[in-house]
Design a protein around this ligand. Structure first.
Ligand SMILES: *[C@@H]1O[C@H](CO)[C@@H](O)[C@H](O)[C@H]1NC(C)=O
Ligand SMILES: *[C@@H]1O[C@H](CO)[C@@H](O)[C@H](O)[C@H]1NC(C)=O
Length: 483
């Protein structure tokens, strides 16, 4: 990546997101129970045989979260990372030292960071047992908690949420390791006078999804998350202004194109976490028609949660929602119908298949972090496929042509395999996986040797023609001893 890119600087979290989504795609694809074959395929069950390639990919992917950690590290396994940003939040008397950096730089952007936590929670909730079979569940839970601890501290009262630490303009003028940062770390807050609906709602989604993850681990932590989530949702729904309208200078980074999707997404997670009927009514009879874009397929991303909501609520349509009314069930049916339209767009042989694909078969929507859309879409496809299997739903139809859960799985595997090297370049795009992967990534920590002492001006390392000195992988050394 050239120097021109870091001034735009907004792709970092997308990488984290890709990893979060990848966690699921990789594991699910790898750890199917090898059962007897009925026409429909076996109901997803406990982990079966492990496909080493995907298990390896998952472990590389999960390490990325450790690379991104801010604050005083605990059990740090990344040799070239250390403590950093210990005083973040002190300007407001808060401890905002945890959380994660925006991949290549050192800003903590609340909007995509919260989305990462929501997605990581979803991955753990649906596939935690598979992750556990390859020893990745605990690191994933720890990474999630590193973000939710931060989010709790960033929400010191009902209608105040800190949504950013650091000044991107200042940060982008420096190329330095996070451990060496000396620049000011200003804070940005949303409140009743300066609202930010989507970031408050996304944070509510993250906290309610995470409350489900931690329910069986620490119930008081889980309850705490849920309380914060409910308060934040009330704040978000009661003060509807986009955060990038309130703070136009943030449009350069993670510009939001609307908050309706985050409100539905948050309420859907809150319904799952609480069972409170009012959230179900919120997403169906009250706001479904106006917010959900029923019938229209969309792409899943840090900015757009519509398709994620469609799939999450299909879950309720397929498995049933307790005590729901006819009107609510009708709404859930609309969500599922839209989820199927999304799936029809992904399948290469469907009459309504997207034409946005490369010759190599990768879904291609955006030059900015080109992998975010295919991988996020694959995540949804794997989920929908497993929801079909579990609910014994044999097929769905795309303009009269019938497809099954295994078609969705095949699509998801094609995208995952592309990322892992089955592509025209023969290159893995998961850094640290395989023999051939990009060696000059736009990442301050990866590009600067630990002992370089650059101060702010380490740009020679950005421009260096040599491979990055730091890659976060110990896996293959370990494996070569085993083999
Ligand atoms: C459980 O969570 C609470 C609330 O965050 C915390 O105070 C407590 O230390 C946690 N317990 C354990 C065993 O981690
Ligand atoms: C940010 O998004 C809004 C809403 O879609 C749009 O009007 C605005 O032009 C965008 N800003 C930038 C800098 O792209």
């Amino acid at each position: 990546m050239g120097a021109s890119k870091y001034t735009k600087g907004c792709t970092g979290w997308l990488i984290v997101l890709i990893v979060a989504a990848f966690v699921v795609t990789a594991v699910v694809v790898s750890l199917r129970k090898k059962g007897h074959h009925s026409d429909m395929g076996p109901v997803p069950g406990p982990p079966g045989a492990i496909t080493q390639k995907y298990a390896d990919a998952l472990s590389v992917a999960v390490q990325f979260f450790q690379v991104q950690q801010s604050g005083k590290l605990v059990n740090n396994k990344i040799s070239w990372r250390g403590d950093s940003a210990l005083n973040d939040g002190s300007l407001a008397g808060l401890d905002l030292s945890k959380g994660m950096y925006d991949a290549g730089d050192h800003i903590k952007f609340g909007f995509p960071m919260a989305f990462t936590a929501t997605l990581l929670s979803w991955a753990i909730l649906e596939y935690g047992d598979q992750m556990s079979a390859v020893n990745q569940l605990v690191p994933a839970q720890e990474s999630l908690k590193w973000i939710t601890d931060y989010l709790i501290n960033a929400h010191p009262s009902d209608s105040i949420l800190y949504i950013q630490v650091g000044d991107p303009d200042l940060d982008h003028q420096c190329w330095q390791r996070p451990e060496e940062m000396t620049e000011k770390r200003p804070l940005i807050q949303i409140n009743k006078k300066n609202p930010g609906t989507e970031v408050a709602a996304e944070t509510a989604a993250a906290m309610s999804a995470a409350s489900l993850v931690f329910k069986g681990i620490n119930s008081s932590y889980s309850d705490l998350l849920l309380q914060h989530a409910q308060n934040l949702f009330t704040f978000a729904d009661g003060h509807k202004v986009s955060y990038t309208i309130t703070y136009p200078e943030l449009q350069k980074y993670y510009n939001s194109t609307g908050y309706e999707d985050e409100l539905l997404w948050a309420a859907s997670w809150l319904y799952h976490a609480t069972g409170d009927q009012s959230y179900l009514s919120y997403v169906t009879v009250q706001n479904g028609e106006s917010f959900a874009d029923w019938g229209r397929p969309t792409w899943f991303s840090w900015d757009d949660k519509r398709s994620g909501t469609q799939v999450l609520l299909s879950r309720l349509n397929l498995f049933g929602a307790k005590d729901s009314t006819n009107a609510e069930n009708k709404g859930l049916g609309m969500y599922r119908m839209t989820a199927e339209a999304i799936m029809c767009g992904l399948l290469p042989d469907s009459p309504t298949s997207t034409s946005s694909r490369t010759d190599g078969g990768l879904v291609w929507i955006d030059e900015w972090n080109a992998l975010q859309h295919p991988i996020a879409a694959s995540f949804l496809a794997v989920l929908y496929s497993d929801y079909m299997l579990t609910s014994r739903t044999p097929t769905f139809s795309c303009s009269g042509v019938t497809f099954s859960s295994s078609d969705l799985r095949k699509f998801a595997m094609s995208q995952a395999d592309y990322v892992l090297g089955n592509n025209p370049m023969g290159m893995s795009y998961l850094i640290g996986y395989g023999d051939k992967y990009p060696k000059q990534v736009h990442h301050r920590g990866a590009s600067i040797p630990v002992n370089a002492n650059t101060g702010c001006d380490g740009f020679q390392w950005l421009k260096s023609p040599n491979p990055n000195p730091n890659v976060a992988v110990v896996l293959f050394c370990w494996r070569s001893f085993q083999e």
